[in-house]
Design a protein around this ligand. Structure first.
Ligand code: SF4
Length: 327
């Protein structure tokens, strides 16, 4: 159940990567560029945006303990961005787990499911768990994700996409985390299977009081699942609001464009915007409002002035000159 207690607090988080262009000239790719947000305990917090907007990198900053470019990340009261040594990271490591888009990425094809699910216990509880205890944990995890314990004798290639994603979820749950980063967890699955995996995530959240940081390009999925949603464009949050406010009182032109393009959402309440052009490169983003090259409402000042993310209605934040009353 969602509480008001913060579990993730990000302050001015930046994650830059060094890159070289085709001529060998050094540059910086600003994948996450000054993000501040708070996630509450038990909440499902959605992050949406097109591919390349920085949403996956933002999720992974919580796993890059001590290795972000700048800013602070506090998780459950601990400043994880200040971690220096391996011991601190390992002690903390089980609190946040990741469910991947492609479950095969975390399932060693040469390992049976038993071995895959035993691994977290072998790494973190090598000395204090017997083989039998690990075996019974594996059975418990399989049952939790709706698979019979006999599945532990199979190899990943003997399972369907949906079953593999259930194993990915079971593996993420093994060490009883508080937070799960779900990075496009259903986008590689058939539509009929997507609903089953989403329902499973909802059930597990209730049972284990989990907090989800749910990353997706699909506004339909995010709408059904999330309490609050942040929309990202080229490394920045451009709109952040409760789910209903984001869909029924959409403010940012980019959010309107994403909703216009989402096949499963009723668009009666918004002015449709069809986006043209690709997302500009985060290595060389436009000046001013980064969205001005694609925005149908762009004004002169949008080409030079960066809009600040401001709270313009109760708990509804937007970064757009159209909504800054002081300008
Ligand atoms: Fe469009 Fe200007 Fe608002 Fe950016 S600041 S979204 S360019 S109107």
């Amino acid at each position: 159940m969602m509480t008001q207690e913060p579990i993730i607090q990000m302050e001015h988080v930046k994650q830059y990567f060094e890159i070289r262009d085709s001529k060998g000239k050094k540059g910086k790719l600003k994948a996450v560029d000054d993000v501040t947000l708070t996630v509450k305990k038990g909440e499902t917090f959605g992050i949406v945006g097109e591919s390349g907007c920085g949403k996956s990198t933002l999720g992974k900053t919580m796993l890059n303990l001590g290795a972000i470019t700048d800013g602070t990340i506090i998780i459950d009261g601990q400043d994880v961005s200040a971690f220096k040594n391996r011991k601190e990271k390992v002690a903390f490591g089980s609190k946040v787990q990741l469910v991947f888009q492609d479950p095969s990425a975390c399932l060693n094809p040469r390992n049976k499911i038993r071995g895959i699910l035993a691994e977290p216990f072998q790494i973190h509880h090598k000395k204090d768990m017997t083989k039998d205890e690990i075996e019974s944990e594996i059975d418990r995890l399989l049952t939790m994700v709706g698979l019979a314990p006999e599945y532990k004798n199979r190899y990943p290639h003997e399972m369907s996409g949906g079953q593999k994603q259930r194993i990915g979820i079971a593996r993420a749950l093994a060490l009883k985390p508080d937070i799960i980063i779900c990075d496009e967890p259903v986008s590689a699955l058939d539509v009929s299977i997507q609903a089953q995996v989403i329902n499973l995530l909802v059930e597990l959240q209730e049972q284990m009081n989990l907090t989800y940081f749910f990353i997706s390009h699909d506004l339909g999925v995010v709408y059904h699942l999330c309490d609050r949603i942040a929309v990202m464009y080229l490394g920045n949050i451009v709109e952040l609001a409760n789910r209903d406010a984001l869909y029924n009182d959409t403010l940012h032109p980019y959010t309107k464009a994403l909703i216009s393009a989402a096949p499963t959402i009723d668009k009666e309440k918004i002015d449709r915007i069809v986006l043209t052009g690709d997302v500009p490169s985060p290595a060389n983003p436009p000046k001013g409002c980064k969205f001005h090259t694609r925005c149908p409402f762009a004004m002169e000042k949008c080409k030079t002035d960066i809009p600040e993310l401001l709270e313009v209605k109760d708990n509804h934040f937007v970064a757009c000159h159209l909504h800054n009353k002081e300008e």
